[in-house]
Design a protein. Sequence first.
Length: 424
Amino acid sequence: MATVNSNYIWHPFTQMKTAQPPLHVVKAKNCTLYTDDGKEYIDAIASWWVNIHGHCNEYIANAIAEQARTLEHVIFAGFTHTPAIELSKKLINILPAHFAKVFFSDDGSTSVEVALKMAIQYWYNKGLKNKTTIIAFENAYHGDTFGSMSVAERNEFNAAFKPFLFDVKRLPLPNENNSNSIKQQLYAWAAEEHIAAFIFEPLVQGAAGMLMYEAKYLDALIAIAREKNILCIADEVMTGFGRTGKNFAINYLKNEPDIICLSKGITGGFMPLGVTVCTQQIFDAFYDDDTTKTFFHGHSYTANPLACAAANASTELLIAEKCQQQIQWITNSHRIFADTIRSHPFVKEVRQQGTILAVELSTSESSSYFNNIQITAYQYYLSKGIFLRPLGNIVYIMPPYCIKEEELNSVYTAIKDSLFYLSK
Ligand SMILES: *Cc1c(COP(=O)(O)O)cnc(C)c1O
């Protein structure tokens, strides 16, 4: 079938003039993508970090099909439905104990918008109308809508919109050397500024190039934030649902955030869905006879029953023994593979957190999304039947948890071989 794709479609994150024509996927099963030219690719990045149980998983597909014949959608103001009730209960059960209320939206960016609006209006409803400043990390990525772009790092991706993005205070990612000075900075801002919230990607900054940091440093910052009445927002859009080796990255923390944003893996990659989960304390600041204290936010497809049915099925699969074992097995496999390439001269650093493995290549250009090695590496992996999409010079694996040993080994082999091919 001839592809007339470019006649009608504008692709995301794609320079349409110079990009190669997109691969035309006709079907997918488990970890394999099948294209119209008869080729197969192992999906080693879970289709942009969303697919956790493999493509066309029967259990999730059946749950959606059944739901589609029962109730496909209904307005979520004034109405409710079983898939949303069940999902909220499931999420509250697997999240840390103090999370109490689930607010639905459509994707990662909207889950972040909701979190920011919730945090700012929380203080507004309490009469603290100036308490509006947000703290975020350098190199953060929180989505592509205006609020989420504002809290994300300023860079080439959002340069055109700079005048419209609100100012935020920025902390460097903590490490052994800077953690004390960052704590001092946070104390200083807490004293002088009207800080509403601190938003962070716990343990792994995905889009920044799988930058990782230790739980203990984040724990210390959350402790200060709590002491100083700053709400903490964990953006677990990427890290949620097992990616980091535990169900949520915040499970590695002692101190709990007030709000968590979830999307990507939530439906196993079947349907778009975002949720923002908050504590009872936050909910209570909106719970009032005064209608102006209402949280005036919602989307047409809020809590879409098909998406909720997919998320219910996906969550059941996630917490089952089989999936938990796969997550541990991938984590161990990554660790063993990492040791075999760590000292290669073309490897600058290997980073791992659970099922996420990142290999930073040592190139003459600086580390960035626009590093030229990206295109060469991308094509090289495709030629080997592996779909990897490096972030500049950072090659990473983030597989569906159902990946088989031989498939994971093919991904490792492709990366290992690429170290020789790409360094030439
Ligand atoms: C992908 C991502 C988002 C944005 O999610 P979308 O569904 O693409 O809007 C937000 N935060 C983090 C940490 C992400 O990785």
